[in-house]
Design a protein around this ligand. Structure first.
Ligand code: TYM
Length: 332
């Protein structure tokens, strides 16, 4: 089976619709025909200052619970927490020594995050963030990496580093491909449909998976739409409406063309009302299952420990090959 790996940061109390439609939906479906490795990337989370250690720990558990509730099956996929697999940090060091300073400086996400208002002092960890991401992927010899559009540049760097290592030291890494869903790779903020949905914008434009249904309905009702009144997809002319149709399609399984027909002769209000229903109905069981899983944190931690053990078997093999090729002494 082809391998898939992806990761998500535990930096909020809930994932949002952008995470789900852009990435997590693919995580779930790709389990069917891939050997899947999915991780909650807490090492990445501390590249920006986190509020409090207890909050980070809890968010890591809430993240894992949401992934399982969304359909990631820990019996079938290897679900783990990045900090419990030390090989990630170990391989990242080796890859950092193959990364050009200028190459890392060109990463647009670093530029965005380091200059964002209220970001605080910029850490070296934020700068080398994409190299740690490359290590996450290359340790598992992943063929495909399901992510949203915002991760494309990091995936290109990962491919470059894999190729560079292979060229210098001999074939070691699988060169991975980004798996970015056409059309849904960038879910827009509901209040600012010129920006991607993100927790770093004001909360009104970002629908969290664990939001109260009333809050979700209100956010969708208040979404900024476009001039005109016809419900048709037009990413250039009607970004707001198109975004709502994309989200609808992800949850209802209907194509955009089917939805346009369904809403023919009806207005934006009808679209928003129905979308709120579709989303809150789909999320209700996810919220319930997340709460159930969090009610037994010891069991959740046990599941994650099992995932980490499985991950370490694969990661350890790759790291051993890397150490040998680089010229380190055999394990002491
Ligand atoms: P993160 O935690 O910011 O987001 C997790 C996933 O959600 C996608 N995403 C979106 N997709 C569509 N529209 C949006 N508005 C939107 N917002 C977020 C992201 O593209 C991502 O797929 N660097 C990664 C985490 C990471 C990783 C990895 C990913 C670390 N190691 C290895 C893949 C493989 C990140 O910050 O994602």
């Amino acid at each position: 089976l082809p391998r898939v790996l992806s990761g998500i940061q535990p930096t909020a109390d809930s994932f949002h619709l952008g995470n789900y439609v852009g990435a997590l939906r693919q995580w779930v479906s790709m389990q069917e025909d891939h050997d899947a490795f999915y991780c909650v990337v807490d090492l990445h989370a501390i590249t920006l200052e986190q509020p409090d250690p207890a909050v980070l720990r809890q968010r890591t558990l809430v993240s894992a619970a949401q992934l399982i509730a969304l359909g990631v099956d820990p019996a079938r996929s290897t679900l783990f927490v990045q900090s419990q697999v030390p090989e990630h940090a170990q391989l990242a060091w080796v890859l950092q020594c193959l990364t050009g300073f200028g190459e890392a400086s060109r990463m647009t996400q670093f530029k965005d995050k380091s200059t964002r208002e209220g970001a605080g002092p910029t850490s070296v960890g934020l700068f080398t963030y994409p190299v740690l991401q490359a290590a996450d992927i290359l340790l598992y010899q992943a063929h495909r990496v399901p992510v949203g559009e915002d991760q494309r540049q990091h995936l290109e760097l990962t491919r470059d580093l894999a190729g560079r290592f292979n060229g210098r030291y001999g074939e070691t890494f699988t060169v991975p491909e980004a798996y970015i869903p056409a059309g849904a790779a960038k879910i827009l903020d509901l209040q600012s449909p010129d920006k991607k949905m993100s927790k770093s914008l004001p909360p009104a434009g970002c629908v969290n998976l664990l939001d109260d249904p009333k809050v979700t309905a209100k956010k969708i009702r208040s979404a900024v739409t476009d001039t005109g009144r016809e419900v048709v997809a037009d990413p250039e002319g009607k970004p707001g409406v198109t975004n709502l149709l994309t989200i609808h399609s992800a949850f209802s399984g209907q194509s955009t063309a089917q939805l346009e027909e369904h809403f023919a002769g009806r207005g934006y209000g009808d679209l928003k009302k129905e979308l709120a229903e579709v989303v809150t109905e789909a999320l209700a069981p996810v919220q319930q299952r997340t709460a159930e899983l969090l009610a037994d944190p010891a069991e959740l931690e046990r599941l994650l420990a099992g995932g980490a053990a499985r991950a370490r078997e694969v990661a350890g093999r790759t790291l051993a090959a890397v150490y040998e090729r680089v010229g380190f002494l055999p394990p002491a």
